[in-house]
Each structure stands twice: as C-alpha cells, then as structure tokens.
Design a protein around this ligand. Structure first.
Ligand SMILES: [Zn+2]
Length: 709
C-alpha cells in the first residue's frame, strides 16, 4: 500500500487549467491521513478512520461532465452503532445532506451522489461520523471516489478459473467440447500454449499473479501467511494510475485476511462464504457472475481493472444438470464427485471406469463455468465495453487425477498442476488466432498488463512483459521457476526449473533432483539425472542460484581456553557459495583455498571466546570433510559436538549437508574447549504478514481443504 500523493497530485493538476481534462477516477483523501484495506463481512475496501473529532472536510471542484461521487462507510467490532452523514457545501454556504446512514458493525454501506447539480463549481464535502457504544476508531469511511465516464483508456478484465488444467480445454487440444466460449475467445486473440503457474495451490499462486513475484520473494506460502502490506500489487499500481479496481473472489484462501485485497477499491469475497454456498446450491459461478455484472453495469464506463475468480472447477465436482451427465451419461457407478478429497476410495487402484467418471464431472464443471463466461462476455458486449477491454483468462493451478498416484493439487509441481491456460484478447485488436509456444509465467501477466496500458513496469517485478511475444517478436527463452512449500502440513519444499522442454524438480527434504524431458516424457513418469537432459546441468545450477538465499548453512564454532592452539580445515566437494566470519578478530587467521572449496581457520582463542565461520553449501548433497588439530594433534571426537549436542564418532568428520546428525542447534558451553558443527537453513527473510484473525467459518473451510491443521 502506497500513499495516495500521486492521485492527489493528479487531482490538483486536473483542476489547474480549464483546458485540462478531468481524470475519470479521483479519490478524495484528507491531508495526512493514510488509507488501508479494511475488511467487513468478507468485503474489503480502501478506507480511513476519521480524526478523533469525527469531522472531515474535503474541498474539490465538481467536474463538468456528469460525474458521480461514491461514498461508503462501516463499523468494525461486534457491538454498538454509528451514524455517518455527508454534506455537500457550496462556496455560497448552502449545505445539502447527501448521505445519511446508521451502521451496525461488520458490514459496508454505500451510496452514490449525482454531482451534476454542482457541475463546474468548487464545493466542500463534509463527512461526519458519530458512534454509540464503541470507540471512535471503530468508524471508517471508505475513500470517497469521484467517477466519470471515459472512453479513451482501455480497461482490464482478468479472469482466473481456479484448478483449470490447460489440457482440458478445446483450444488446447482436448477431445471434449468443454469450452466453446474460451475457444472462441482464443480464436480472436493470443493463446499461450505453455503458461506455467508459479505454485500449485491457490494462495501462493494468486500472490504471484498479483505481485509478479516468485513465491520465495513474496513469502506467502501457507494458510498462516499473508501478503505483507508494503508489497506493491498490480491493483495498487493501476489504482494509482487512475483505474477503478474491483475483485470478486470465491475461494476461502483468497479472503481479505490474506492480504491480496491491497489496492482494490472493492474486494468482494462474499461468494466464498457458506451463505453464498447455500443460496446457490454449493455453486459459486452464479454468485460471482451476479456481483461482476452489477459492478460493470454501474462502473464499466470508467477505466477499470476487474479481477474475477471462479471456483466451481475446484473440487468437489458436482456440476448442475445438464453438466453432471454431459460427458458421461452412461455411468451407473457410485461416484458422484462429492467429498473428492475425503473419499479414500479415490487412490491408485481405483477402477478406470470410476476415474473416467470423475474426470467427466470435472469437465462438466469446466463446461458450466464456460457457459457463465459466455454470459459475462455477452453482457460486456451489451454494455458496449467489448472493444475497449483487455480480456485475460488463466488459472492458478491444475488438478491431478492419479497421474502420479495422488489427487487434487498443492502436493507436486508436475505439469498437470502447473501447466495452466492463458488466453489474451487485446482491447480493440482482433489479432487472433495466434499461438505463442514459448513457455511463459503467471508472473508475466502483471507486467504485460502494465505494458499494454502504457504504464512502466516497476523493476521490483520479477516477471516481464509478453507484448513482444504477442506481436510475434523474437525473444530469448525464459527460465521458469515454480515453488511449493508447507505441503499439506509436511516440511517438504519442492522447487522446479523449466527451460524449453527440459525440467528439473528438487526436493528440499532429500536434496534429490529429478530431471524430465517433456518432449519424450510429457507425463513426467521417467525421471532422469540432470546430466542426461538437454540443459540439465544448467538447470540444476540455475535452480541452485534461484534458491541461493535459502541454501544450507554450515555453522562452525570454536570455543577456546587460553593456550590451546586450534587449526581447522574444511574441504567441500563443491565450491562453497558463501563464507561469513563469526566474531573473528585481527589475531584470528583464516584463508580460503582450492577455488573456494577449502577453508582453513586458526583462531586465537582467549578463554570464553567463541570464534567461527558460517559456510553456505551449494546443496544438501554436498559432502565435506572437517579436520581439526588441537595443539598439533588430531582432536578427539569427544571434543567435536554436532547439532543438538551429539558427539562425533570419529575424526576427521566426513558428512553430507543433509546429514541428520548436523541438524539442530547445540548448546555451546563457553568454558569447555571444543568445536561445534551444525546446519541451519536460512531463507531470505521476507517479512510476511500473518493473516488477521481467522473466524470459525474460515478456519473450518481451510481445514477441510487441507490448508490448515
Ligand atoms: Zn486454486
């Protein structure tokens, strides 16, 4: 979240001259007050708490064109009430009450003021709030926003269909007719045949989509993490540049608690709640459709960025008629697509006929969602917004149907989970059908949107614009990474690197690296050694560099008592990636030799002194030897203490980084001379926010999906 200085400046510039066009979207924020995303009842808005006296004065000039002023208010907490009033006051002093609402806690209230009566005149907006039975800080105004129609600037519609595998769409070569709407969309635009999501479950994948950062950079990788407030999101950038921003999301893992609401004037997650599920018979397509269409009818004439998230393709697979029998009308078995995760019968060995039926139900959900997209696009055409809106359709990950012995998603980085659709129709440009076969990333979507809108891409974004590829310009291949951690409660972390048809997947738990040639082994069933693969060694190195900031750290500490002369020599099989000293002083001597594979340390240990080194090993599998001499003789193993206090069995110590004996942090006794050796894994510390309190309903939902334990 950044300050709104830019927008206020835009407002000032917009008013400075008569010939200057008034921007279509202007937010009115009192001086010195910061807005922040605030959630009430699963709806987040950019809001501020008024100063203690409860009165805010905002002076501005009413635009000449028929603008409207949007106002919203809400009360946090569980009890009490507050009255919110707003007046428009002319320079002549007459006041008009334009907003009057008594609010109960936990819900937003909104109203729209027609500004045509004050057209061209300077006015003052007076906001007043008075609360009963609650602290003054519980009352919030959503940032008042003036909106006018503007046809010149293109808008953006970004759609994510949760859990949608690319290979189950007609335009990606699927045999079933699951996607007539998307096929037709692809025929008018650009289809990226090999788009890769940056993770394989909803939350980290969306955090990457919204920030154009890899998971290791944004740090949102479990149900207990949230995007940090200082992250700069696509919605924030577009909002700063005069776009009205809205999101309608339907996943419990996308509720505002997870920090993804930053920069959205409206972030509506009500469709993810149980009430919505009950109203719509456990289907969310009608709910998100209704919200989106209402919003577009009201605000579609201003430059907008709207994000729509459809959830029904996500398990359970229970599409309504006729989609429940559309692709498998003959089935007479017992599977109905419900309790997909909990049903233990769905595992390797499941009769092929039943598996076929589950896939047919999944395909039915896709067809059902495709029909809703058809209705949405028809509405956009009816509103006359079609030609001026960039339309992007993608997914956050796929789903597995026992291809690698499991089901669902969020447990591997195989292609069925990270190969997602990406279809792009540029505003005012019927360029299709065009296909880009170069592999691209979900983190490239944000920079591409900015590039198409003529906005600069912040250097902090890790993705890059695809506009050149869409215009058939040659470009070098991109290295692509995907990551997955905190897998369903385990300590496993997977990371994958792709280049062309080559892919490697690394397990952090075992250090194992598996390589796949996607050309000859599209199903990733025959792992190779990286050296057997085109670019395999380069991919391994690239992955090591990518993960460099979470590499394994080998800690070595020496505790001396006066007069003891230590000499340590550590030799590693691979070059050490980094060497840091610990408390070394000029009298301590150390040297790095053998092209960074060997380090010698001769500490000058005074009593109670702890000297040492921190060495980063390139991978868990790197082996090393540590030889220690004490007063010229090899040290006794009893004086070499490993992680959690275990003593070495022999010296010199010969280990691999992943050695279990090294894990943990021994307690160092400063009065007993000896050498302490242990490993730690330090990731680049991204301060990740923690989600605001999860209510019982959300906690249940996340637990049921397997994201909380
Ligand atoms: Zn998802």
């Amino acid at each position: 979240v950044r300050s709104t200085t830019t927008l206020l400046l835009t407002l000032v510039l917009g008013l400075s001259g008569c010939t200057e066009r008034h921007p279509a979207v202007v937010r009115l924020l009192p001086d010195g007050i910061e807005e922040e995303p605030l959630e009430l009842g699963r709806v987040s808005r950019m809001a501020f708490s008024p100063p203690a006296e409860g009165q805010v004065h905002l002076r501005f000039r009413c635009p000449h064109d028929g603008s409207s002023l949007w106002l919203g208010c809400g009360l946090t907490g569980k009890r009490g009430s507050a009255t919110f009033r707003a007046w428009l006051r002319s320079s002549a002093g007459d006041s008009q009450l334009v907003f009057n609402h008594t609010a109960a806690p936990g819900k937003w209230f909104e109203g729209v003021v027609d500004l045509s009566s004050c057209s061209g005149r300077a006015v003052e907006l007076v906001l007043h709030s008075k609360q009963r039975g609650v602290a003054a800080t519980a009352a919030y105004w959503a940032t008042p926003t003036m909106v006018a129609a503007e046809v010149d600037r293109p808008s953006v519609l970004l759609i994510c269909i949760d859990s949608l595998r690319a290979d189950h769409l007609g335009c990606y070569g699927y045999s079933r007719s699951t996607s007539p709407t998307l096929d037709s969309l692809a025929s008018r635009g650009c289809l990226f045949s090999r788009a890769i999501a940056q993770s394989s479950w909803t939350l980290p994948s969306h955090a990457s989509l919204f920030t154009s950062l890899y998971v290791k950079s944004h740090g949102v990788d479990s149900g207990r993490t949230a995007l940090r407030p200082d992250a700069d999101t696509l919605a924030e950038i577009l909002r700063r540049n005069g776009y009205l921003t809205a999101a309608f999301v339907t996943a419990p893992t996308l509720t505002p608690q997870f920090g993804l609401a930053q920069g959205f004037d409206l972030y509506d997650a009500r469709c993810s709640g149980r009430d919505a599920a009950e109203i719509y018979g456990d289907r969310t397509n009608p709910c998100v459709h209704r919200g989106a269409v209402q919003w577009l009818r009201r605000w579609g004439n201003a430059p907008f960025f709207i994000f729509l998230h459809y959830w029904d393709v996500h398990f359970d697979y229970n599409p309504p008629a006729p989609y429940d029998t559309l692709f498998d009308p003959e089935y007479r078995g017992t599977f109905d697509g419900k309790d997909f995760l909990e049903d233990d019968r769905i595992r390797p060995g499941l009769p092929a006929r039943d598996l076929e039926h589950l896939v047919a139900l999944y395909d039915g959900e896709i067809a059902h969602t495709d029909r809703y997209l058809g209705m949405l696009f028809a509405e956009i055409r009816r509103l006359g917004l079609g030609a001026n809106t960039h339309v992007i359709v993608t997914s956050d990950h796929g789903d597995e149907f026992l291809e690698h012995g499991a089901k669902g998603h969020g447990h591997t980085l195989f292609q069925e989970l990270i190969h997602v659709p990406l279809i792009w129709v540029e505003a005012g440009r019927n360029s299709g059908p065009a296909t880009v076969e170069r592999p691209v990333r979900a983190i490239d979507i944000g920079p591409t949107i900015l590039d198409l809108l003529g906005l600069s891409v912040p250097p902090t974004m890790e993705g890059r614009s695809l506009v050149g590829l869409m215009r058939h310009q040659a470009r070098e291949q991109t290295l692509i990474f995907a990551e997955l951690s905190a897998i369903k409660g385990t300590r496993e972390r997977l990371s994958a690197a792709l280049f062309g048809e080559s892919k490697v997947i690394r397990s952090a738990l075992t250090g194992e690296l598996r390589a796949y040639d996607l050309k000859s082994d599209a199903g990733e069933l025959h792992p190779l050694e990286p050296e057997q693969l085109d670019h395999g060694s380069a991919l391994r190195e690239a992955l090591t560099r990518f993960l460099g900031d979470e590499s394994l750290r080998l800690e070595v500490r020496v505790v001396g008592t006066g007069g003891k002369r230590f000499l340590l020599k550590l030799t590693s099989a691979d070059s050490l990636t980094r060497i840091d000293t610990y408390e070394l002083e000029p009298n301590d001597w150390f040297a790095v030799t053998h092209e960074g594979r060997s380090v010698e340390l001769r500490p000058d240990c005074t009593p109670g002194d702890i000297d040492g080194l921190t060495l980063c090993l390139p991978s868990d599998t790197t082996s090393f030897t540590l030889a220690v001499r004490l007063d010229g003789r090899p040290i006794s193993p009893a004086h070499v203490i490993l992680g959690r206090g275990v003593r070495a069995r022999s010296t010199p110590l010969v280990c691999r980084g992943a050695d279990r004996r090294l894990q943990g942090h021994p307690t160092i006794a400063p009065d007993v001379p000896g050498v302490y050796v242990w490993t730690s894994r330090e990731r680049k510390q991204q301060t990740t926010g923690a989600p605001h309190e999860l209510d019982d309903e959300l906690r249940d939902q996340l637990t049921k999906l397997g994201y909380l334990r």
